[in-house]
Design a protein around this ligand. Structure first.
Ligand SMILES: NC(=O)c1ccc[n+]([C@@H]2O[C@H](COP(=O)([O-])OP(=O)(O)OC[C@H]3O[C@@H](n4cnc5c(N)ncnc54)[C@H](O)[C@@H]3O)[C@@H](O)[C@H]2O)c1
Length: 336
């Protein structure tokens, strides 16, 4: 590879972790950073020593710049579709934050445009790069737990002080905005749920009109059930506690804990003493996420968290929200 990937980063709040991902990548160089808010743009530019001539407040400067290869997008969810599609159509590879978008219409459009443009697209389902969850995937695939019969995860995060209007939009229900992490994780570990059923409650966040807690049960293929709990007003530290139950063992892990607990069985099926597995705590592993994306671009590999994966995760979230509203079982529609 003679030429480095020329990267543009849009959105300089959470999106600063994408700047760090690009700075860490030996095959990439930052060509432009963008934020419509000048103060946020200046803060990031100065923090990462990016010269002012590489700053812009208008993402269309990136769309119209043929020198840019890859763009990261970390702006409010409501804008993901427009900005990602503009970038894809202008020939850029795109890493867009989760959730892919907030409506069926928007996720369909992104999948369509990503397919048509033939550029790489990654949705930032960053939990797939969390060391504990990577290890969980490895343990499941090694067969250590036997056949899975029940999987549960949760997204419990106190949003009491997080009140920007775009986050309070009823379309940005907590199940979609944050809960998509836990739902994506279960899809990655156990496959696509075929049916979901949910209840919601609303006791903690007076500044939103949607439920701030939701519990959903789900039926996967092949004799496997699941559960997701989402609470965006909970009175505790952020957690994505996840428990995976198999016929030969059980694994308990989290995104914020330095150890995981593994139970296995002997030849007679008797449960042994638990083993503790130490893991690095790296809940936002944006460095690895960007490295994997750059590798997919440079070596023409498939992106595991592509537009379709992002769309399927949002589709399950939408099904859960609908079920909690209607009191009915909902079957997600994975045809995109
Ligand atoms: N993966 C994760 O765990 C994680 C964590 C936090 C946020 N996110 C996602 O990242 C995205 C951004 O979240 P945030 O917390 O940084 O939001 P934020 O509101 O704190 O910041 C958004 C930034 O984008 C800028 N912006 C808005 N519209 C823009 C536009 N059209 N062009 C350029 N800049 C624009 C704003 O000025 C602001 O600086 C959201 O999609 C969110 O869901 C993901």
């Amino acid at each position: 590879m003679s030429k480095k990937l020329r990267v543009a980063n849009i959105g300089m709040k959470f999106g600063m972790c994408h700047v760090e991902g690009a700075l860490d990548c030996k095959d990439a160089e930052i060509a432009v950073i963008c934020d419509s808010n000048e103060e946020n743009l200046r803060f990031a530019g100065e923090r990462y020593n990016i010269p002012e001539e590489k700053w812009t407040t208008d993402y269309m400067d990136i769309v119209n710049n043929n020198e840019i290869d890859v763009v990261t997008v970390a702006i409010p969810d409501q804008q993901h579709k427009q900005v990602s599609c503009d970038l894809l159509r202008s020939g850029k590879h795109v890493l867009c934050e989760k959730p892919l978008a907030l409506t069926r219409e928007d996720i369909e459009e992104i999948v369509k445009v990503a397919n048509e443009c033939g550029k790489k697209f990654m949705v930032g389902q960053i939990c797939r790069f969390t060391p504990a969850f990577e290890k969980a995937k490895e343990i499941i695939e090694a067969g250590t737990l036997g056949e899975l019969y029940f999987v549960e995860s949760e997204y419990a995060h106190d949003y009491m002080l997080i009140q920007e209007p775009w986050r309070c939009d009823p379309k940005r229900h907590g199940v979609i905005g944050g809960g998509c992490h836990a739902i994506d994780l279960l899809r990655w570990l156990a496959g696509d749920p075929q049916e979901v059923f949910a209840y919601g409650t609303h006791k903690l966040l007076p500044h939103v009109t949607y439920d701030d807690a939701t519990i959903a049960i789900m039926k996967f293929d092949e004799n496997l059930a699941g559960k997701v709990f989402v609470s965006t007003g909970c009175k505790r530290d952020y957690t994505m506690r996840t428990v995976i139950y198999g016929t030969k063992g059980t694994l308990i892990c989290d995104n914020t804990s330095p150890s995981m607990t593994l139970f296995t069985t002997d030849e007679e099926g008797i449960t042994q003493d638990p083993q503790t597995i130490e893991v690095e705590v790296n809940n936002h592993n944006a460095v690895k996420e960007f490295a994997v994306f750059a590798d997919a671009i440079l070596n023409d590999k498939n992106v595991l968290t592509d537009a379709l994966e992002g769309a399927k995760t949002v589709e399950v979230c939408l099904a859960i929200v609908e079920s909690a509203k209607t009191g009915k079982i909902v079957k997600p529609d994975y045809t995109f």
